[in-house]
Design a protein around this ligand. Structure first.
Ligand SMILES: Cc1cc2nc3c(=O)[nH]c(=O)nc-3n(C[C@H](O)[C@H](O)[C@H](O)COP(=O)(O)OP(=O)(O)OC[C@H]3O[C@@H](n4cnc5c(N)ncnc54)[C@H](O)[C@@H]3O)c2cc1C
Length: 492
């Protein structure tokens, strides 16, 4: 049994990971059904309408379409094209001393800017090295679609795709980004280290002492690739994958929360929804965090490495509809804070704006939409931070000081902490952004994509930002791609 593509594949979760897996499996001829607990698609990469504005649910920056990157791979395999604008200036960073740093995409322009802001010493060699490593990481990640190897056949595929330089670069995962800074004599440059730490927080969820140099170099070069904006918000990133699946016989069932999965005696699984009864499936893919999987699928428990609340983060987030008082050179701004955000702990906030030409984000001409987010530590203790107002006031004051947003121009504002994230995504404790990078976990030790086999056959898989390769839209998409490739190899 389960020997052909007619078998039903059920995916729990319609975030970027679930949709990437679903679209790729559909393109390979499998029939896919996605269960989503929310009333909208996309999880942490989605958009919703409220009070006359279209707000981003979570993610706002978008990379992944350059050659060798996961969203480009998905387009190539499925033919799905995502309409998008490429940003001229991917990001600006506002330091405490008033310096504004422009993170240009072009490596030469960026190097000149880095030397202007942080001095000449070590910058050229450091950034050239990081870009080389980053190109390697992307090139390898989509070529190595059976990583981490979980059985001999994966290892064989991995060996087929191996290039001579892989072991050399892989050794960088044994050292921290801070050690890399030390190599280039940059670890004593205080303002540069502060900049690097806050940049890493965005893409690696941790700072230079804990992010390995392989991941860190790629994370720091995030802005040196095509950065994109999707008109109407990121709901228009995820919708085309859903359309692709449903137009080819698949289903995406919204408002279907899954509360338990059981193994069937004859193989496959029984899916128990909260309100819509049970469904049977041959193969199940959990596109939800590992911490959630173990709560609804008992057999996964001994197999998955779980991070605890104190290692994870949720997000402080404000959705703001406002009247702009100026033109903006960039849509994305990281603002360093004088002191940690009250009750949240973050040392910087991240502001993302709707594109000036995107009239679909507001009902009222001339207004714009802003999303402000920051890392919120210890999401499992979220009930101890009930008062949002001090954090809101501090964040607004920092944005005003950086001349990015004037409080008097705000038309509407709402704010989310961990509790709201838990409601929106059903993620345990409302933790978001995936598993942060930690030195003690090497890429090959991250959660793989297969769950324990039943009667010698694997019928349960996992993907998403708590499995390899981890965080962000491109990371979650890549994990979905790898899960789909492993399923296709197991169920030829
Ligand atoms: C505030 C914020 C800002 C971010 N900024 C960026 C950014 O700028 N760029 C970037 O690339 N990444 C960013 N990220 C990270 C990125 O959004 C996520 O890592 C990625 O979208 C995660 O995708 P996923 O599919 O793994 O998980 P999710 O998006 O969480 O998807 C899981 C889905 O499963 C559903 N679900 C959960 N449990 C069940 C259940 N029992 N039954 C049915 N459905 C269920 C959820 O509702 C959800 O839709 C940000 C995240 C946040 C929160």
């Amino acid at each position: 049994m389960f020997s052909n593509k007619k078998k039903q594949i059920s995916i729990i979760g319609s975030g970027m990971a679930g949709l990437a897996a679903g679209a790729l499996l559909t393109s390979k001829g499998y029939t896919v059904r996605i269960f989503e607990q929310n009333y909208l698609l996309g999880g942490c990469s989605s958009s919703y309408w409220r009070k006359g504005f279209v707000f981003e649910a979570g993610a706002t920056t978008l990379v992944g379409f350059d050659t060798n990157q996961p969203l480009a791979f998905l387009s190539k395999e499925t033919g799905i094209e995502i309409p998008r604008l490429t940003l001229e200036l991917p990001m600006q960073v506002h330091l405490l001393d008033g310096t504004t740093i422009s993170r240009y995409q072009d490596s030469g322009e960026w190097l000149a800017e880095a030397e202007r802001c942080f001095g000449m010493k070590g910058q050229a060699a450091f950034w050239r090295f990081c870009k080389k490593v980053s190109d390697f990481v992307w090139r390898t990640s989509t070529a190595q679609r059976f990583f981490p190897p979980e059985k001999p056949a994966d290892l064989l595929e991995a060996l087929k795709a191996v290039k001579w330089d892989q072991p050399l670069y892989a050794s960088l995962s044994l050292m921290s980004t801070m050690q890399l800074l030390n190599w280039f004599g940059l670890d004593t440059n205080k303002s540069f280290v502060a900049f690097v730490n806050q940049q890493l927080i965005i893409t690696a969820q941790n700072t230079a002492n804990e992010v390995n140099a392989l991941f860190g170099a790629a994370a720091l070069c995030y802005t040196n690739y095509e950065n994109n904006y999707v008109m109407g918000g990121l709901i228009n990133l995820v919708q085309p994958y859903c359309d692709y699946i449903t137009q080819r016989g698949g289903e995406v069932l919204l408002r279907h929360a899954i509360e338990k999965i059981e193994d069937r005696v004859e193989g496959g699984h029984i899916i128990h929804t909260k309100k819509q009864g049970t469904f049977e499936t041959d193969v199940v893919v959990f596109a939800i965090p590992a911490n959630n999987v173990v709560e609804i699928y008992e057999p996964a428990k001994p197999h998955l490495q779980l991070m605890e609340g104190e290692q994870l983060a949720s997000a402080f987030q404000m959705g703001i509809g406002f009247k702009p008082h100026r033109n903006y050179e960039s849509l994305h701004h990281q603002v360093h804070l004088e002191g940690p955000l009250v009750g949240v702990g973050a040392k910087s906030i991240f502001l993302s704006l709707s594109h000036a030409s995107d009239t679909s984000r507001t009902d009222e001409p001339g207004l714009m939409v802003a999303s402000v987010s920051a890392h919120f530590h210890n999401p499992h203790l979220a009930s101890q931070h009930p008062d949002k107002q001090p954090a809101i006031d501090q964040a607004l004051a920092a944005l005003q000081k950086a001349d990015l947003l004037l409080p008097e121009n705000i038309k509407y504002l709402h704010c989310s902490f961990a509790k709201e994230w838990e409601q929106w995504t059903a993620r345990k404790w409302g933790f978001v952004g995936g598993y942060p990078q930690f030195m003690q976990i090497k890429p090959w030790q991250m959660n793989g994509h297969r769950l324990p086999a039943v009667k010698g056959k694997t019928t349960a898989y996992i993907c998403g930002d708590t499995t390899y390769p981890g965080q962000g839209i491109p990371g979650a998409a890549l994990s979905g791609i790898i899960a789909a490739e492993k399923i296709a190899a197991d169920w030829k």
